[in-house]
Design a binder for this molecule. Structure first.
Ligand code: 13P
Ligand code: SF4
Length: 329
């Protein structure tokens, strides 16, 4: 029986019995209930270790679209769970903590986008996957950081495009495609604050290191990067490069998988800019991603809650631009 207190909190807050081996219990529940755990690279290491599949947002959507499991436990943030539900309406989608939002998705409200579309007739809307289902329902095609260039390149050269909500990703895509898309002024609170001075200092200390940055970082950071790409692209470069040192400008959770796959190489996370809330902080973390924990996953599987649901009228519209993206990826 779900307690009202848990519903208010947005996750099942049941204490775990002493001595419980959470990883073993989670795997047991997955088997018993035919559940699959999908985890983003930004979740903590122990979640990545217990997951069936880890990946960037594109790979997670592709995996969700193909899974046969009855339950999907999406260990990422809320819009990722929503994307799973949009693609798999017949499945139960669990989001271990409903408070796992995204500052970027929050920066674009459906009513504001609707108004902007009305002010710009004839424009196609290209939305980053970091958006709510309501925004996707107003979108012509969804992109991720892993396929945005390819998808924008596939559109007619004279197409008028509104790109949202990430301003930095949109600017970067404009610069590499030669487009002049209209850009929404949204951003990610983690990627926007990487320190340019921090990269310059790290580069001085480690002159041979390759600088890798996520395209959600601001332009002044991307200018200093040798490689700009999604979390999966950053990981791939670290694995395949002959270099031994890397300066990483993305959320620090990715280091778990990078370090696992790149023995003998060294990684330097770029620090955030100094401000009142970052003093003493050596790395950038997405506080939303870090809301996922083994105990919340265990309780979500045990109680089959919190589920993520999308009203059918919204889902029917939102699935179209996601499927267009998957066809082109
Ligand atoms: P990826 O598409 O690289 O997984 O990034 C998702 C994200 O939320 C970055 O902040
Ligand atoms: Fe959203 Fe930024 Fe967290 Fe990615 S890192 S999930 S864009 S808040």
């Amino acid at each position: 029986m779900l307690k009202n207190e848990w519903k208010e909190k947005g996750f099942v807050d049941e204490p775990i019995a002493e001595g419980t081996d959470l990883k073993t219990e989670i795997r047991r529940l997955c088997k018993e209930k035919d559940a699959v755990i999908l985890a983003h690279y930004y979740t903590v290491g122990e979640i990545q270790e217990v997951a069936d599949f880890i990946g960037d947002s594109l790979a997670l959507a592709q995996k969700a679209a193909k899974t046969d499991a009855k339950i999907i436990v999406m260990c990422g943030v809320h819009f990722m769970a929503e994307t799973c539900k949009i693609l798999c309406p017949e499945k139960m989608v669990l989001c271990p903590d409903l408070n796992a939002g995204c500052s970027l998705a929050d920066s674009c409200k459906a009513e504001d986008l609707k108004k902007y579309k009305e002010e710009h007739p004839g424009y196609k809307v290209v939305s980053y996957v970091n958006t709510t289902a309501d925004v996707k329902a107003l979108t012509d095609i969804v992109v991720t950081s892993g396929n945005a260039k390819k998808i924008v390149d596939s559109m007619p050269k004279d197409e008028k495009i509104i790109f949202g909500p990430d301003y930095n990703l949109g600017s970067y895509i404009n610069s590499v495609t030669g487009r002049e898309m209209l850009l929404w002024n949204g951003g990610c609170h983690v990627h926007e604050r990487f320190s340019v001075e921090g990269i310059i200092r790290l580069k001085k200390e480690h002159p041979d290191a390759l600088v890798l940055a996520h395209p959600e970082c601001k332009g002044s950071v991307l200018t200093l990067a040798d490689v700009v790409g999604s979390t999966a692209v950053i990981l791939k470069h670290c694995i395949e490069s002959d270099k031994k040192e890397f300066i990483i400008a993305t959320e620090s959770g990715i280091l778990h998988e990078i370090e696992r796959q790149c023995e003998g190489k060294t990684f330097y996370p770029v620090p955030p800019e100094m401000s009142e809330d970052t003093i003493g902080c050596s790395c950038n973390e997405c506080n939303y991603m870090k809301l996922n924990s083994l105990s919340k996953i265990y309780n979500a599987l045990k109680y089959e809650w919190p589920t993520v649901d999308v009203p059918e009228d919204i889902r029917k519209e939102a699935v179209k631009p996601i499927e267009r993206m998957l066809e082109l990826s």
